[in-house]
Design a protein around this ligand. Structure first.
Ligand code: BES
Ligand code: MN
Ligand code: ZN
Length: 512
């Protein structure tokens, strides 16, 4: 367990093993290198990158920091990591200089700081005590440095044997301020780590029952109310989407309802998460290359659980209910067949033409059920379509809504939380592609194009009348198949967790 604290002492004096500092590129015509704190000295370091946020460190090193960084090829480019030994000049044995990039107008955004702190911590796995001395004075900046450091320090070691670098045990954020932002960062980082752990856990160890068990444990720890519908209750309750998707698996489906209530709340937020613990595609089986990452198909449900765990600790003045729609999508003799018709909670019928479009089926049940909480805002999160990746790439969440203002405000909330997202339309003309010859609606369209939007249009049919709703497609962002970057590791990323917390806080503040 990592500890994190705040210290306003000079970094050079701290009894730690390593110090993370920031490096800024020296722009053209900025050759004197003299404007950054602790920057290079004199003409031989004229084009040395400048150092930010490490007051006194250069002096302690005899004014050599700028020249040393230059000699090592540091440029200050965002994400760049340069390590240099201190050779006894200060208690810390090593300095990790992280590029902060250009910033804008001489200032760095919270996301610049989070990424730099994260990259610094990632480079220090195996080190015990690390101080992070980046340019942070405002509470938001201090929170960003703390959060980036904690998120970058994440590792998933549950299934490894033998020696491997441990994450950093003690993080000291070097800044002047009170501890509130650091506490908030700790709460958010724990929520994101929970989501990453759940996504990374192999599907044999995280079936719907296991995930509902994890929700019960979190509810017990944080004081959330919880109700779990098992397969029998789902059949009796008429939850045809969850029952249909789950029927091919020996691991039966679950619907989890979590609730956070604030005594003075006047509004209710409902969150719904897609929780397919493994998506083989069902009888519409996925090809091999598309299947190996489908343990991550519960990333939406995990984000809802993670967000609620943070909300229970941060206590915004709003009520929040969260639904986890949990099933395993498997092919078998009991699996649903393409052309089967199921009856979603509330009675609408769906012709299942492709069993791999299963997320929208379990979400339909949960969206209708969430309407019974009379929410002021309903938000679902789902690893819903490969088309999201085609449209927006691996890192940008697609945001759709039944209300333009809601969509814009959700994108703005994601932006403030430091998560990339982009508003997408729900064009009405795409609805006719979902017309079914036998049921109220089909689960896939005869139309090839706009698959992310078609899925959104399908979901919109199940949003209770008059309820403001937004849909986040996190198919790409929830799982990083590439190399780690900034504070984002390989594998589960925790995508949307921080956005959902921000949405709850924005609704509490009356701005959403
Ligand atoms: N879970 C997948 C979507 C997905 C794809 C998530 C890649 C993460 C990465 C979803 O259930 C799915 O299979 N969607 C189909 C829908 C299609 C059959 C209309 C898809 O996108 O191919
Ligand atoms: Mn699928
Ligand atoms: Zn899926």
């Amino acid at each position: 367990m990592t500890s994190i604290s705040l210290d306003s002492a000079a970094p050079a004096s701290l009894d730690v093993d390593a110090i993370v500092i920031g490096v800024i590129p020296t722009g053209p015509g900025d050759g004197s290198g003299g404007s950054g704190s602790g920057s290079g000295q004199g003409s031989d370091t004229a084009s040395a990158p400048r150092v930010a946020g490490a007051d006194g460190l250069d002096e302690a090193l005899g004014g050599t920091l700028g020249a040393a960084l230059k000699a090592l090829g540091a440029t200050g480019k965002a994400g760049e990591v340069t390590k240099l030994p201190t050779l006894g000049a200060v208690p810390a044995g090593v300095i990790v200089a992280v590029g902060l990039g250009e910033g804008s107008g001489g200032a760095f955004s919270a996301e610049d700081l989070r990424r730099a702190a994260g990259a610094g911590l990632r480079a220090l796995a195996g080190t015990r005590r690390v101080a992070v001395a980046l340019p942070a004075t405002a509470p938001e900046e201090i929170e960003a440095v703390a959060l980036g450091a904690l998120l970058g320090n994440y590792s998933f070691g549950a299934y490894r044997t033998g020696d491997r670098p441990e994450p950093v045990a003690e993080i000291t954020v070097v800044a002047d301020g009170d501890g509130v932002p650091v506490e908030r960062a700790r709460t958010l980082a724990e929520a994101v780590a929970l989501v990453r752990d759940l996504v990374n856990t192999p599907p044999s160890d995280l079936n719907p029952e296991d995930l509902s068990g994890a929700a019960e444990r979190i509810a017990g720890e944080t004081g959330l109310a919880i109700e779990v519908l098992d397969e029998k209750a789902l059949v009796e309750g008429g939850y045809g989407g969850l029952v249909g998707v789950g029927q091919g698996s020996v691991n039966p489906p679950r619907l989890v309802r979590l609730a956070y209530t604030h005594p003075e709340a006047s509004k209710t937020l409902a969150l719904v998460g897609k929780g397919i613990t493994f998506d083989s595609g069902g009888l519409s089986l996925k090809p091999t290359d598309a299947m190996d990452w489908m343990k991550s198909d519960m990333g939406g449900a995990a984000a809802v659980l993670g967000a609620l765990s943070a909300i229970a600790r941060l206590k915004p003045k709003v009520n929040v209910v969260g639904y986890l729609a949990l099933a395993e999508n498997m092919p078998s003799g009991t699996a649903q067949r393409p052309s089967d018709v199921l009856r979603v909670y509330g009675g609408k019928t769906v012709e299942v033409l492709n069993t791999d479009a299963e997320g929208r089926l379990v979400l339909a049940d949960a969206l209708v059920r969430a309407g019974e909480d009379s929410p002021d805002l309903l938000v679902d999160v789902a690893t819903l379509t490969g088309a999201q990746l085609v449209a927006l790439g691996t890192r940008t969440t697609g945001v759709m809504a039944n209300d333009d203002e809601v969509r814009e405000k959700v994108v703005a909330a994601a932006d403030r939380a430091g998560e990339a997202s982009w508003g997408m339309p729900l064009p009405d003309e795409l609805r006719k592609g979902l017309d079914s010859a036998v049921a109220d609606i089909a689960n896939v369209s005869g139309e090839r194009w706009g698959g992310m939007l078609v899925a959104g249009i399908f979901l919109r049919e199940f949003v209770p009348d008059g309820v403001r709703w937004a849909h986040l497609d996190i198919a790409g962002p929830s799982f990083n198949k590439g190399e780690p970057y900034g504070y984002t590791p390989k594998g589960g990323t925790g995508a949307a967790t921080r956005t959902l917390v921000q949405i709850a806080e924005d609704l509490a503040a009356g701005i959403l």
